[in-house]
Design a protein around this ligand. Structure first.
Ligand code: FAD
Length: 377
């Protein structure tokens, strides 16, 4: 295999995080490449999510998820304004529908405050005034939560990467990585099955669901970094009942944050999604099938706070897969973002377990990676 090109920095994966990193890094460095196996950006997790700009409420204070979410949310809104990306800072209500949930929302308010996020507890009448169709005994209101058009965001990153002189190579899959005296050799296979290789100084592994495989190609076989596919399915509210809410409505979450409960998310086109649920897959296969037989479970979950719903008001919508390093039943795990000099892989940067709030945090993650890259000696 002949070496056909040499790059300073190679980013593997053109999801929203890889693209955000590419956009940031190509402002400061020349010779930045992004390698993506699909023919276009965002064909995996980045186009199969709730598109929520999270405030940063639930994550353990001081964790990367908490810090990067809070910073990332502010940066994302600024970016949307500056670059004309559609968004709506619509706000979110976390609703207590049972007496025993009221103390939990008070705890959530405390955690959020430790993360620098101010929430207000609303009484029943106040909730009814804001969202007449929603049932709640009390609610936590998060005015900073919103939604964003992820496709437009990724398109904007792509345009700016090219404008900055970076290159995105679509339809090429990374199949091997070899450490060189200086840098790395990356092996690729294109859509026609042709193999290529090139050398690069720095590798940034932003391969989403396959980030553990990319790490393994470089020799990192760490059980703690194994990705467990965790599927989330959505149903949509059929018209006209999609018009009955104007904010994001969430139940009180379960204790280990495997998911944050089947919630109602509005989108920029006026639709409402219910979901995602949480279902660890037995094998890491991209199965995006939506199981129609879950309709009743979704309806029963949502009916607790959307009492106007009948079972036939909802239809299957889509599914996404979370790249979790948190095994089923384990406590919540943080993002793994690391420059791997300590493992003898100088200049190899891993991003593994980039589940929610990865979209919200994409710009703060990009800043974080830029700092890491600048500090590689
Ligand atoms: C159901 C669900 C709901 C979510 N909701 C939200 C939300 O509301 N708000 C929020 O902030 N976050 C949310 N998230 C999380 C968010 O979607 C992710 O954090 C984000 O999309 C991850 O982006 P990424 O670029 O890391 O990964 P991806 O979008 O998966 O991109 C990785 C890319 O790497 C490429 N790739 C992989 N292997 C190779 C290889 N060998 N060679 C070349 N290319 C390769 C893939 O093709 C892919 O395009 C949600 C996630 C899910 C699953």
């Amino acid at each position: 295999m002949p070496a056909i090109l040499d790059t300073a920095i190679t980013i593997i994966g053109a999801g929203v995080i890889g693209l955000a990193i590419g956009e940031k890094i190509s402002e400061s460095f020349s010779n930045v490449f992004i390698i993506e196996k699909h023919p276009a950006f965002g064909r995996e997790t980045s186009s199969r999510n709730s598109e929520v700009v999270h405030a940063g409420i639930y994550y353990p204070p001081g964790s990367l998820k908490a810090v990067l979410c809070v910073k990332g949310r502010k940066l994302l809104y600024e970016y949307c304004i500056k670059h004309d990306i559609p968004y709506n800072k619509c706000g979110k209500l976390i609703v207590a529908t049972k007496q025993e949930e009221i103390s939990i929302i008070k705890d959530i308010k405390e955690t959020a405050r430790d993360n620098g996020v101010d929430l207000e507890i609303l009484e029943k009448d106040h909730v009814r005034a804001l969202e007449p169709a929603v049932f709640a005994l009390k609610a936590l209101c998060s005015p900073e939560t919103g939604i964003v058009d992820t496709h437009s965001l990724m398109k904007s990153f792509e345009t700016r990467i090219v404008h900055n002189g970076g290159q995105i190579v679509y339809g090429s899959e990374v199949t091997g990585i070899r450490k060189l005296d200086k840098g790395y050799e990356i092996q690729l296979m294109d859509a026609d099955g042709q193999e290529f290789c090139f050398s690069t100084g720095i590798v940034i592994n932003s391969a989403g669901l396959y980030a553990d495989r990319i790490a393994a190609m470089a020799g990192i076989n760490d059980e703690k970094l194994s990705i467990h596919f965790c599927k989330g399915e959505y149903f949509r509210l059929n018209p006209p009942k999609n018009r009955l809410i104007s904010r994001l409505i969430y139940p009180v979450p379960c204790h280990n944050l495997e998911g944050i409960g089947i919630h109602a998310t509005i989108d920029l086109a006026g639709g409402v999604k219910l979901g995602p649920d949480v279902n660890y897959l037995d094998s890491n296969i991209q199965d995006y099938h939506v199981d129609v037989s879950k309709q009743e479970v979704f309806w029963r979950s949502a009916k607790k706070f959307l009492p106007f719903l009948s079972q036939d008001d909802i239809s299957p919508e889509l599914a996404g897969i979370r790249p979790k390093i948190q095994k089923k039943g384990d406590p919540v795990k943080d993002f793994y973002i690391m420059e791997e000099s300590a493992r003898g892989l100088k200049g190899f940067v891993n991003l593994i377990g980039m589940e929610s709030p990865g979209l919200t945090s994409c710009l703060s993650i990009a800043n974080y990676i830029l700092e890491l890259v600048i500090n590689i000696e």
